[in-house]
Design a protein around this ligand. Sequence first.
Ligand SMILES: *Cc1c(COP(=O)(O)O)cnc(C)c1O
Length: 465
Amino acid sequence: MPSASLRDIPGVDALLTSPEILPLIRDWGRLAVRKTIRALQTDLRGAIGTHTNPDLRTGALAREINVRLIERGGRGPRPVFNLTGTIVHSNLGRASLPEVAISAIEQAARHPVDLEYDLHRGGRGQRDTHVGRLLCDLTGAAAATVVNNNAAAVLLILNTLALDQTVPVSRGELIEIGGSFRIPDIMARAGCRLCEIGTTNRTHRQDYARAINDQTALLLKVHPSNYVIDGFTAQVPERELAALAHEWQIPFVVDLGSGALVDLSAYGLPVEPTPMTSLEHGADLVSFSGDKLLGGPQAGIIVGSQALIDRLDANPLKRALRVDKLTLAALAEVLKLYTEPARLAAELPILRQLTRPLDAIEHQAGRLAPRLAHCLRDFSIRVSDMQSQFGSGALPLRAIRSAGLRITPADSNRLQNPLDQLARNLRGLPRPVIGRIRDGSFWLDLRCLEDEQQFVAQLAALSLI
Ligand SMILES: *Cc1c(COP(=O)(O)O)cnc(C)c1O
């Protein structure tokens, strides 16, 4: 190549209109691309000044701009393949929605909707009535309200019912959920005082009884979602806590975390607590997530007594924590699906994936192994048994038998960190593939692979590696 001079560096406008750059503008936005081009031009000038001879062809510059844009980030959420084996993965956006919910979101996004408008009477309406009825019908609760997520639900409950008062919580339930939701911190921010009672493994009715005084606002039970305390343990059943709370005329509140809306054992899955049973046991309020076992959009759902829900709705914080029309549109459709259990397992992605038959996953692994082997010549690929897990703090420790592909570097592999390299390349595909590195292999659990065609179609790009 002849040595480059400053004059050879393409101008910003020339690059912005070149066909190699146009797709980057679509992916990242014009502003980000323009900024990156300017920074690159500065670096190129420096390089030419020190007599290095950079490649100034548009294709090479576009590749460099692309690398810099990826490093910079900020492109918006992109679809990925979740082959981690964790079905509801908080880092990957939790539950995928059923088609009926997706259509409802589209409608609500495109048109004005009766969000807070009463079509019957013609005038102002209530945002929460769209899902309130459904939630009450499904859970048997007298009233319901919805906020942005379950962390917000717990915050709203504590701030409304326990401001400047005390709440006893068992030391075995002072949990941290991934992403910095910690019960003691939320309680502090809600403006109430935590009174730790019992021990990590054993807490008795007596511990609660001794802690209650006229400063006590409520009794709180937190479902220890993402771990179990095993061995020499004791905790107080919900019925007893409800009875104790009601002796003192204070509410009994359950933070259920995941909260299935159906009995999962009907689908051959382990039993997970439901809001219905907590209400039956005497809970006055139960909170749970919309996007964990429920399989809906991100939301925090609170069901319980009318008087308490009214107090929550009257708290100014409720306005700050409320959900938008898209969430309500999706949640209403998901809840309607629950009123037709026969459709649920086929249409609710989370349940469809949880109950996907093992032999179907094994067959899929058998189909995909040779295709992947074809693209990854320096790796050996085996169909392997795997263990999926639910994730997001439901059904902890319950492994679900699954199958997938175990990819191991072949002896001939000369890459420095072949597994990291492979993981990076899979993440670099048009629809990134996310798996797991463990025990010297890269694992792709196929339980959640529904778009097999799309997965296969983009494999060709891997052989370029
Ligand atoms: C997941 C969880 C939360 C937080 O819910 P988000 O919907 O993630 O905000 C709170 N409490 C428990 C017990 C949980 O499992």
